[in-house]
Design a protein around this ligand. Structure first.
Ligand SMILES: Nc1nc2c(ncn2[C@@H]2O[C@H](COP(=O)(O)OP(=O)(O)O)[C@@H](O)[C@H]2O)c(=O)[nH]1
Ligand SMILES: [Mg+2]
Length: 387
């Protein structure tokens, strides 16, 4: 392997990031409503860590990281009973109007993709259970946002501060006055409180709402930015990401290529593998992981192809045809790449489960190796592609 390859993997990873469109999410609510806690719970602490934000206008801070798939706009909020209350609504409204004007008149910096980069795609409006009430101000701001045709969800936060009756009263108030969907949450990390609230918490429903209200083109960014949610990530990988690369692989073999040229598929497989790894958030966990994953693909791809051939696995794929003896055709190229994608996704899923959900320290090379990839690829050829 050349010395400069690890840098190439980093570069590929940056290219992947650059190709992912990011939704802009506006986080509203009073000071202390729990906005930062919601963001940390859903996306992980790294995104909203103090000091990372850039003020975009008075009272609104933008949180964006190159390798994270969402852009968050955190509003400073308002303290109940101060003159900031009236300023808050005016501020947010003015800023949304300015964004829309900028979108309507493409300028130098937004000409590439004005619609996507210069508007708010959805609003999460936090109302704290700690305050035990929905204020006129909340209702007012929510109605203003709805009038602008923005998708708005109320995040009813800190429900651990409410008894059943108080919760019911707040829900009635939100239903009657806000007329938007709402989701009950608590960011408490007390296991006993969490267990007691289990039937009430709606984090998953909030995330489902958030995905449903984003344009298809923005969903990958959102899902990849989520903390955990490994099943949603796996689904995205299987249905959206791997197919991009199997098509690319098929394209390379439109005119069947000799087996000796199968290395032409390797760059596609490397990019696919890094894309999968990134979607599970593993790139943020370990910088060197990209070179490990990349170099395993580089060194194993040829051997995996030979093994797949000698085990007659391609025969299980319709459309492989008679050319199998000497050349890689589109069916071979795409099924081989799909099988590898499945294998890498399974391995990354297991790593992510161990690292993020079980808090384990793992030896990456125990997971990422030719033997594990081969085993899972065989599984794909035999059963996986049917499920
Ligand atoms: N009991 C409880 N406290 C919370 C919860 N979420 C946030 N808090 C606390 O409420 C305060 C304000 O939260 P923060 O997320 O900073 O609110 P922000 O000002 O809207 O960003 C902090 O002291 C948090 O620790 C929750 O779900 N339950
Ligand atoms: Mg905050």
């Amino acid at each position: 392997m050349k010395d400069d390859q690890p840098d190439d993997f980093e570069k590929t990873l940056s290219e992947i990031s650059a190709g992912i469109k990011k939704p802009n999410i506006l986080i509203c609510g009073a000071t202390g409503a729990g906005k930062s806690s919601v963001v940390n719970y859903v996306f992980g602490v790294a995104l909203a860590r103090i000091g990372h934000g850039i003020p975009v206008t008075q009272g609104i801070t933008k949180y964006q990281q190159e390798n994270t798939g969402v852009v968050l706009f955190d509003t400073e909020g308002y303290e109940v009973g101060t003159e900031k209350i009236s300023k808050y609504k005016a501020n947010v409204e003015r800023w949304i109007n300015e964004l829309r004007d900028a979108t309507a008149k493409p300028s130098k910096e937004n000409q590439t993709d004005p619609i996507l980069s210069h508007q708010i795609h959805e609003v999460w409006y936090c109302i704290s259970g700690g305050n035990k009430r929905v204020t006129d101000m909340d209702v007012d701001v929510i109605q203003m946002l709805r009038a602008k045709k923005l998708p708005v969800a109320v995040v009813l936060t800190q429900i651990d501060n409410l008894d059943a009756e108080e919760l019911e009263a707040m829900e009635v108030a939100i239903r009657n006055h806000c007329q938007v969907e709402f989701f009950r949450t608590s960011a408490t990390d007390d296991p006993a409180v969490k267990a007691a609230l289990q039937d009430y918490l709606q984090w998953e429903e909030l995330i489902g709402w958030a995905i449903d209200h984003l344009d298809e083109s923005l969903r990958e960014g959102f899902i990849s930015a989520l903390k955990g949610n490994l099943d949603a990530k796996k689904k995205l990988i299987n249905h959206k990401i791997i197919p991009l690369y199997t098509s690319a692989a098929a394209g390379v073999a439109l005119t069947p290529i000799p087996f000796s040229d199968a290395a032409l598929l390797v760059p596609i497989q490397i990019k696919m593998s890094l894309h999968i790894m990134k979607t599970y958030g593993l790139d943020q966990k370990l910088r060197n992981l990209s070179s490990l994953v990349g170099s395993v693909v580089v060194s194993e791809s040829g051997r995996l192809l030979a093994q797949t051939l000698s085990a007659n696995l391609f025969k299980l794929i319709p459309g492989v045809g008679t050319a199998i003896g000497t050349t890689v055709n589109t069916a071979v190229a795409s099924s081989f790449t799909a099988a590898m994608g499945y294998a890498i996704s399974e391995i990354c899923f297991r790593c992510a489960t161990a690292v993020f959900e079980e808090g384990k320290e793992i030896e990456w090379a125990d997971y990422f190796n030719g033997e594990n990839i081969a085993k899972l690829m065989t599984e794909w050829f035999k059963v996986g592609r049917h499920g």
